[in-house]
Design a protein. Structure first.
Ligand code: A3P
Length: 288
């Protein structure tokens, strides 16, 4: 795999994975179900924020860590996968998120084989910013990797972008989406704007709750803007009931990238973005 290839998300220590006394009280009841809805991508789009925000809903039960079942552990079988899930009561939705599914060739057919009714959520973000975010994550683990500029191009003066670099490849949303649409009708997919998830989390969560057939419970009242973090945070996290921002690896400063390089990448992505807007019927505003 190319430099900066998909790396497992660092689990934020603040992620409330341990059950609260109240949920432990209920943990004996209910049963484990395969997920009815999955956040399938995209890496660095804002997938952790979406999952953490959705978990506030009393009718959503989600596994915190990324299961990577449909890409790395498919041979373990559906019973193994189901066993990872939290117990649910009637009417509750089981969810998981593994952002690499969106770019995994086998994932659409495999998820459809589990259930063709599975609802799929994709958080998308300007592919240029997403690529820089992806690079920032790799750089934090391996500070000796080459510069962003040198990885992004095969031949920079000729403007030849290196599509095989995973940080670039993941942002070709239209190409990945084509594969999903061979297995799922468009109405079963929801595209969440990563930008709007930061600007107006309650507004984006409204769309998500409607799509999942949930009562609109998560609203503006659940969020506050944390000045220090520079991002919206939860007033009360699921599990702890305390204010909760995402961990240090979410909302990191990005290294400065040459403006000309960013322009070249915007030019490169423009036709793919246009196609993606056409396919989804929504202009995400990345080329404005
Ligand atoms: P950056 O760290 O590059 O800013 P994912 O969870 O899919 O890996 O996405 C990580 C990105 O989520 C972060 O990328 C950040 O911009 C974005 N994000 C969206 N809402 C956020 C929030 N409320 N707190 C922190 N990061 C958030």
């Amino acid at each position: 795999m190319a430099e900066g290839a998909a790396s497992q998300e660092e689990q934020s220590p603040e992620t409330p994975d341990s059950p609260s006394p109240i949920s432990s009280f209920f943990s004996g009841s209910g049963s484990k179900q395969l997920p009815q809805a999955i956040i399938i991508g995209v890496k660095k789009g804002g997938t952790r924020a979406l999952l953490e925000f959705l978990r506030v809903h009393p009718d959503v039960r989600a596994v915190g860590a990324e299961p990577h079942f449909f890409d790395r552990s498919y041979d373990k079988g559906l019973a193994w996968y189901r066993d990872l899930m939290p117990r649910t009561l009637d009417g509750q939705i089981t969810m998981e998120k593994t952002p690499s599914y969106f770019v995994t060739r086998e994932a659409p057919a495999r998820i459809s084989a589990m259930s063709k009714d599975t609802k799929l959520l994709v958080v998308v973000r300007d592919p240029v910013t997403r690529a820089v975010s992806d690079y920032t994550q790799t750089l934090s683990k391996r500070p000796d990797i080459p510069s962003f500029e040198s990885l992004a191009f095969r031949n920079r003066s000729a403007g030849l972008v290196d599509r095989s670099w995973s940080a670039i490849q993941i942002g070709l949303y239209a190409e990945h989406l084509e594969r999903w649409l061979r297995h799922f009708p468009a109405r079963q997919m929801l595209f969440v704007s990563g930008e709007r998830l930061v600007r107006d989390p309650a507004g984006e969560l409204g769309r998500v709750q409607d799509f999942l057939g949930l009562k609109r419970i998560i609203s503006d009242k659940h969020f506050y803007f944390n000045q220090t973090k520079g991002f919206p945070c939860l007033k009360k996290a699921e599990g702890s009931g305390r204010p909760h921002c995402l961990g240090k690896t979410k909302g990191r400063p990005h290294p400065e990238i040459d403006a000309q390089v960013l322009r070249q990448l915007r030019d490169f992505y423009r036709p793919f973005n246009r196609k993606f807007y056409q396919m989804t019927g929504h202009d995400f505003g990345w080329d404005g």
